[in-house]
Ligand binder design. Structure first.
Ligand code: BEZ
Length: 239
């Protein structure tokens, strides 16, 4: 028997593990046009998302502690999202009846929270597979639970940013708003946002923009960092 024949099982194991590690839906991909059952009625994902920004976020389950605080915070912040032209769409792997009962707890727990955004029901756990929102480590008797996934979908229906948190870590809605502002700045101007950027801070001019172009694009001016390399690539401006 040759070495290859003797070890052919290793080859197939590695193929399977590569397959199971293949990323699902991720940044740059078009969101699938799923038909969804939500607390606001049936929706199709493409018409829902088209032409604006959407934050699509999943939760491991109804009547669970971290999820209750997250949906409440999202509801408290919802106006901030709407003012920036962003729709909200939640998902939890229970049915609509359960979601409707759970919303009463969410609103009672978080002051001034009105859950005014739709929540998808995914009791068969099919939607989470298609949206790459499955937590490989959290299971119940029906199978894998959703992770705390969050996709920001752009007006062109493509995923612009994704977070993937485990069930034990609740998300920070200030961070969600911050990254939305960053994405929106980058879609409007040839800029990017540096480390620890906050709305209102200077942004950096994209590397592909020459200084000549930058003078035209940013009449408000820009400052170039004086670096040991003398390469003028770190240029700050305000937009
Ligand atoms: C929670 O929301 O608190 C939670 C849900 C599933 C597993 C762990 C925590």
């Amino acid at each position: 028997m040759t070495y290859k024949q003797e070890h052919s099982h290793i080859d197939s194991v590695s193929k399977v593990s590569k397959l199971s590690k293949m990323p699902g839906l991720t940044i740059g991909d078009t969101i699938p046009d799923l038909d969804l059952e939500t607390t606001h009625g049936r929706i199709k994902l493409h018409p829902f998302c088209a032409g604006g920004w959407t934050t699509l976020f999943s939760h491991p389950g109804d009547f669970t502690p971290v999820c209750t605080t997250e949906l409440g915070k999202m509801a408290q912040y919802s106006k901030e999202f709407y003012q920036r032209g962003v729709k909200l769409l939640g998902l939890s792997c229970d049915d609509l009846e359960s979601h409707k009962e759970w919303i009463k707890d969410i609103e009672a727990h978080t002051p001034d929270a009105k859950v005014d955004y739709p929540i998808i029901a995914d009791s068969k756990r099919e939607i989470i597979k298609q949206l790459n929102m499955v937590d490989p480590d959290e299971k119940d008797s029906c199978g894998n639970l959703p992770s705390r996934a969050l996709h920001i979908v752009g007006p062109d229906l493509k995923i612009k940013l994704s977070f993937l948190y485990p069930a034990t870590t609740g998300r920070n809605m200030d961070e969600v708003l911050r990254v939305i502002e960053s994405l929106q700045k980058a879609s409007q101007f040839k800029v990017a946002t540096p480390a620890n950027w906050k709305p209102g801070d200077p942004v950096v001019i994209s590397p592909g923009v020459t200084n000549e172009q930058a003078k035209e694009m940013f009449p408000q001016g820009f400052e170039t960092a004086d670096l040991p390399s003398k390469k003028e690539y770190l240029r700050f401006t305000k937009v």
